[in-house]
Ligand binder design. Structure first.
Ligand code: C5P
Length: 220
């Protein structure tokens, strides 16, 4: 059972995907974390993320490893735990530039396919291009959406301390990132023709999880 869950940021993809995987005994892969980890490595190694040629050349160097337990997913880069540093505003604001580079996508897509193929019993894979490009033969494809206001409010609620910013700033950043992700040439953020669209604007997280669990069970 391979479940692809795509959609823009702030739609509840990660929370939903982890919960669905846990409830159904499936593995879980956060592909956004892999692009973030690649971006973090580029920043810490002095690669100019706005120079696609430099990013393309450097892309094969870092070794990314993703742990797929939905109760505690992990991500390491060259053996270093990247879970915390990949969530900074600096990485968030630069990840779209890195993920738009075709050489980066080719490498990360191959890694994602090998992880999905090795997942015993099945996997929930979340991202932007899983249903369209990475796993076009997935058993079930879901495309989560929500209004920009709802997405910004959720994202603001997740940020704390010095990273906390107001909802308007978060909304602007989300819209900019989505436009970059949806507008890039190589496998942009898009709904697959055969994906089920779920608008989460007026749904609680529990309702979204229940909806997706039902859709998976119908396919089993
Ligand atoms: O899901 P998350 O917000 O962590 O994703 C971070 C970024 O990674 C996205 O904004 C996008 O640029 C990139 N991404 C992608 N393809 C995916 C998953 C994420 O390009 N399948």
């Amino acid at each position: 059972m391979i479940v692809a869950i795509d959609g823009p940021s702030g739609t509840g993809k990660s929370s939903t995907s982890k919960a669905v995987a846990s409830q159904l005994g499936l593995s879980y892969l956060d592909t956004g974390a892999q692009y973030r980890a690649m971006t973090w490595w580029m920043i810490t190694n002095g690669v100019d993320v706005n120079d696609p040629a430099a990013v393309a050349t450097a892309a094969a160097k870092p070794v990314l490893v993703s742990g797929t337990d939905p109760a505690g997913p992990t991500i390491t880069v060259d053996g270093a735990d990247a879970a915390v540093p990949i969530r900074t505003q600096e990485v968030t604001s630069r990840v779209s530039a890195v993920s738009a580079v075709p050489e980066v996508r080719t490498l990360v897509t191959e890694l994602q396919r090998s992880i999905a193929a090795a997942a015993v019993g099945g996997i929930v894979v979340e991202g932007r291009d899983i249903g369209t490009t990475v796993l076009p033969d997935a058993d079930l494809k879901i495309f989560l959406t929500a209004s920009p206001e709802a997405r910004a409010a959720r994202r603001s609620g997740e940020l704390t301390g010095k990273e906390a910013v107001d909802v308007a700033v978060t909304r602007a950043a989300l819209v900019t990132r989505d436009a970059a992700d949806a507008g890039r040439k190589t496998s942009p953020l898009a709904k697959a023709a055969d994906a089920v669209e779920v608008d989460t604007t007026d749904l609680t997280l529990q309702q979204v999880i229940a909806c997706v669990v039902t859709l998976v069970e119908e396919k089993r």
